[in-house]
Ligand binder design. Structure first.
Ligand code: ATP
Ligand code: MG
Length: 300
């Protein structure tokens, strides 16, 4: 487990105004990072990821058995920040039946004809399951804030501040509703620097095995870096709440972001204090009878 005092610094204090410059993209730039150094950081991150994976597999079983809560994990980031890799590495040990991943792309015409939360509501995890949103309803206050022309029919061409405030409010109410109904909500912004994004794009353009990951749109959106940053700062400030907090995870080193996300998910599920359901007296008698029968009867 990572020392909680470090992790606490990554949580967006509800009601605070986020300035992303104050959050590191590289853990090595932090005072703690400077003390421990790169080799130790890498080694420790890999250990934490390994430990957390095992504990997460156990926690998920308990989540399923107790059947009282679900877990919703929201991942948001600029392109190439490592959302896919994080999901792959963090969830590697979890029973696939207990976990579901939804990746949200540009909405279809049918989706645009509904309220903006509709398509996400349909994909929420049921009790006992972990649901991962690879992009989420936050796109509806991020990408479309940068490109209001993508908002769809019935939306204003030039949305006012009030329009966005109302969407933040809708999101907060939606999340509160989910939390009240037993959903643990964990939100992660993988915070990558512009330089690191460039490096990763260049890698995709250079390495033939990574060509498929590159899309022309990636460079177009990079041109809007500042507008995305503002939209993220606004959204993170407006929607970090006690029951659905945002974590701003330094993502320039993949091993660090994976370890942090894994640790937070695991400790948060453990923090629910779940228990295996108690077996009734009656059921225990039935189990004992079944055992005696099975042991006493010669198989044909
Ligand atoms: P990859 O790592 O494969 O690039 P990705 O999540 O970036 O994964 P893409 O297919 O490249 O997937 O991009 C999905 C696009 O859909 C993103 O540009 C995203 O902003 C956009 N998108 C998602 N939700 C919405 C939405 N509600 N309205 C408009 N665009 C959206
Ligand atoms: Mg993409």
């Amino acid at each position: 487990m990572i020392k909680t005092k470090y992790l606490k610094k990554l949580i967006v204090e509800p009601g605070s105004e986020v300035n992303l410059k104050e959050f590191p993209t590289d853990w090595l730039d932090t005072p703690e990072g400077k003390v421990v150094g790169k080799d130790f950081l890498k080694e420790r991150s890999e250990e934490v990821l390994e430990e957390s994976r095992k504990l997460l597999a156990e926690a998920q079983e308990l989540l399923y058995a107790s059947d009282t809560h679900s877990v919703l994990i929201v991942l948001q980031a600029m392109d190439a920040a490592g959302k896919d890799g994080t999901i792959r590495h963090v969830m590697a040990g979890v029973n696939p039946q207990g976990c579901q991943v939804f990746s949200f792309k540009k909405p279809s015409a049918e989706e645009l004809d509904h309220n903006f939360l509709w398509r996400y509501m349909k994909s929420l995890p049921e009790r006992g399951r972990i649901g991962i949103f690879n992009r989420s309803y936050y796109e509806d206050v991020l990408v479309v804030k940068v490109h209001p022309e993508w908002l769809g029919p019935g939306s204003p061409a030039d949305p006012s501040d009030k329009f966005w405030q109302q969407r933040y409010e809708d999101i907060n109410n939606f999340e509160q509703h989910l939390a009240r109904n037993g959903t643990l909500i964990l939100k992660f912004f993988l915070h990558v620097s512009k330089d690191e994004q460039k490096r990763r794009f260049l890698e995709r353009l250079t390495n033939p095995e990574k060509h498929w990951k590159f899309s022309d749109a990636d460079l177009e959106e990079r041109e809007h870096w500042k507008a995305y940053r503002n939209a993220f700062e606004d959204a993170l400030s407006a929607t970090s709440t006690k029951r659905a907090p945002w974590h701003i995870v330094p993502a320039d080193r993949k091993y660090v972001s994976r370890a942090i996300v894994a640790d937070i998910i695991t400790t948060s599920i453990q923090g629910l204090g779940l228990k295996y359901p108690e077996v009734s007296e009656e059921k225990l008698i039935k189990l004992a009878e079944a055992k005696a029968k099975l042991e006493g009867v010669a198989e044909k």
